[in-house]
Design a protein around this ligand. Structure first.
Ligand SMILES: Cc1ncc(C[n+]2csc(CCOP(=O)(O)OP(=O)(O)O)c2C)c(N)n1
Ligand code: SF4
Ligand SMILES: [Mg+2]
Length: 351
């Protein structure tokens, strides 16, 4: 419960990362979510990823909308910047914050209702603009917080806990992100921490818009037979395209897999995504091939997980807008004012 404070004292033998923090320093308050909710497993993976990446907590800004999923930033990275926005409006607030301060690492956390229902327009625009961020949707196919109505990602024909059948076609956020130009697109499952942690590390080190759709079962309203977002369904239909390792530029890079089975993708910051292919025909650097692969496998009822697409040379909104390299609050008056001659020229252009 949030009113029970976690003890701030750490055991002196806890391991420190390279910037001097224990894993506990990346935790937040005690979760108020239902026991067994997939969202808590995602919070644990975010904590692990940020600790292993040696990120100083004050360098992260976590933003969310409204929903059980959007409550979770309270439960991790308690020493980071945070902003809980209006339902479905997290992407525009994140975009503004990012443009004002390009030095922070932006982590957007949202739900399928927040991003695919009310917030679909904002989701689409933040992806097509290439805002540098790691955007995670904790996808359970329902509005968990408001008691289990179908969300826009619920599959046609899937059943609610009370037996109602969903007759609408689902919104596929992975397909939209791929189509609109996101440069790192992945899908994972909250029950697979081994897959989630390197994906989150890769997304947080990526140079552009990184999106991870994480199927995250709602144990209270959407974990029955008839749901396609339940623990049992995803375990039975999960088809991983690759197993991923994340290697920071500081680590020694060694090859541990047999040649021919491994693809190394180096990101702009020097970090390496090492993919052990499970499907020989899968190429995560080909956007069109990724889109048709996803469509084919989805039609067979498979939930494809792993790193689906990455553009290692991705650039972001700052590059396309040619913005100042400095954060807005560090620009002085002389840098903000172009000078009398330049202003006269601009004014003359309006006459
Ligand atoms: C503008 C607005 N409309 C509706 C609501 C009611 N509401 C709160 S959370 C929510 C859905 C949340 O679903 P999702 O994003 O999937 O999160 P989950 O709880 O499933 O993690 C809705 C409809 C609201 N808070 N604000
Ligand atoms: S209602 Fe569902 S989504 Fe919300 S905390 Fe409970 S299990 Fe998680
Ligand atoms: Mg939901």
């Amino acid at each position: 419960m949030t009113y029970i404070a976690k003890p701030s004292l750490h055991h002196p033998s806890l391991t420190l990362n390279k910037v001097g923090y224990t894993r506990r320093d990346y935790e937040g308050r005690i979760s108020t979510l239902c026991a067994g909710c997939g969202h808590d497993s995602i919070s644990a993976a975010i904590i692990q990823a940020c600790w292993e990446l040696d990120i100083e907590p004050h360098r992260v800004a976590k933003l969310s909308g409204i929903g059980c999923s959007s409550k979770t930033p309270d439960y991790f990275l308690g020493a980071s910047h945070g902003f809980n926005t209006v339902h479905g409006r997290m992407p525009s607030v994140l975009t503004g914050a990012n443009l004002a301060n390009r030095d922070l690492l932006y982590l957007g956390v949202s739900g399928d209702g927040d991003s695919a229902s009310i917030g679909l327009g904002q989701f689409a625009n933040v992806m097509r603009r290439g805002v540098r961020m790691a955007y995670i949707v904790e996808n359970n196919g329902v509005y968990g917080l408001t008691k289990g109505q179908f969300s826009a990602t619920a599959d046609r024909g899937s059943k609610s806990k009370k037996g109602a059948v969903n007759s609408d076609s689902p919104v596929d956020l992975v397909g939209i992100a791929l189509q609109l130009g996101a440069t790192f697109v992945a899908r994972s499952f909250s029950g697979d921490k081994e897959q989630m942690v390197p994906l989150i590390k890769g997304a947080m080190s990526h140079g552009g818009a990184a999106f991870i759709d994480i199927i995250s079962p709602c144990v209270t309203f959407n974990n029955h037979s008839g749901s396609t977002k339940s623990y049992d369904y995803v375990r039975q239909h999960n088809d991983a395209v690759s197993r991923i390792d994340f290697i920071t530029s500081r680590d020694e890079i060694t090859t541990t897999y047999a040649p021919g089975e491994v693809i190394d993708v180096q990101q702009h910051d020097g970090s390496m995504l090492r993919l052990r292919k499970l499907h020989a025909d899968y190429d995560p650097t080909n956007r069109n091939a990724a889109m048709s692969y996803m469509a084919e496998h989805q039609a067979r009822g498979e939930v494809v997980t792993g790193l689906l697409y990455v553009d290692p040379l991705a650039t972001d909104l700052h590059t396309s807008m040619n913005t100042s390299k400095k954060t807005l609050n560090s620009l002085c008056a002389a840098e903000l004012c172009p000078g009398r001659a330049a202003l006269d020229k601009i004014n003359a252009g309006f006459r």
